[in-house]
Ligand binder design. Structure first.
Ligand SMILES: N[C@@H](CCC(=O)N[C@@H](CS)C(=O)NCC(=O)O)C(=O)O
Length: 213
């Protein structure tokens, strides 16, 4: 059985958890925060979550874990079969990660964890976020899924990125991503209705509640 290391509040953790649930693969959740302890670094070299323990060893980095799961367990595929279509899903997923998630993440501490958010950082991030969102608009299909007719890795990456990026955009800049990106709201509602997404979100909300004490 797989072991998934991490914490249900983590958006990257939830992407992998959703993939495991979607594929119907058995897994145990090892609940832990990111860690720089030597023992964890031997599993996840940057100390980040998630990390997946497989019968052959440990894998870190969400997109790599998602690729592994799809290659090793092709049922309920999260990548199309045809090479060009696969590349387009990966292009979209990578763009979501690099140009929206990692950009918005610069403001997470200020927006979600009560740290001081400097005007300087807000001014720096805004054009980066706008550029990333514009790039996504070029790639997103919403027909009905992010990259076409099939649920793919890109939907998982987008779902657990867009909610946080939207909060960042609203609170820092008064920008509503659902208004900016045509089709985002309907797609989000479709994803919200997926029972497995609801399961992941219930666990996330429970974990958030216990954090709030
Ligand atoms: N590139 C990593 C990013 C994962 C990540 O940033 N996870 C966060 C939690 S959501 C984390 O572990 N942060 C601690 C750190 O950056 O040291 C992946 O794709 O899995």
């Amino acid at each position: 059985m797989f072991k998934l290391y991490g914490f249900p509040v983590s958006n990257y953790y939830n992407m992998v958890k959703l993939a495991l649930l979607h594929k119907g693969l058995a897994f145990e959740e090892i609940i832990m925060r990111p860690s720089q302890e030597q023992d964890y670094l031997s599993k996840s070299p940057m100390g980040k979550i998630p990390c997946l323990q497989t019968p052959d060893g440990f894998i870190s980095e969400t997109n790599v874990i998602l690729d592994f799961l799809d290659e090793a367990y092709p049922d309920k595929a999260l990548l199309p079969k045809e090479h060009f279509a696969r590349a387009k899903v990966r292009e979209l997923s990578k763009s979501i990660e690099l140009y929206v998630e990692l950009v918005a993440r610069q403001l997470y501490r200020g927006i979600f964890f009560g740290e001081t958010l400097s005007e300087e950082l807000k001014i720096k991030v805004r054009p980066e976020l706008e550029k990333g969102v514009a790039a996504l608009k070029c790639l997103l299909q919403f027909s009905p899924y992010a990259a076409g007719a099939q649920l793919t890795q890109a939907d998982l990456m987008l779902y657990y990125t867009a909610n946080l990026a939207d909060m960042v955009a609203k609170r820092a800049y008064g920008i509503d991503l659902a208004t900016e990106v045509e089709g985002l709201r309907d797609w989000q509602q479709m994803m919200d209705n997926n029972p497995l997404v609801q399961q992941v979100n219930r666990d996330r909300d429970q974990a958030l509640k216990s954090l709030a004490g």
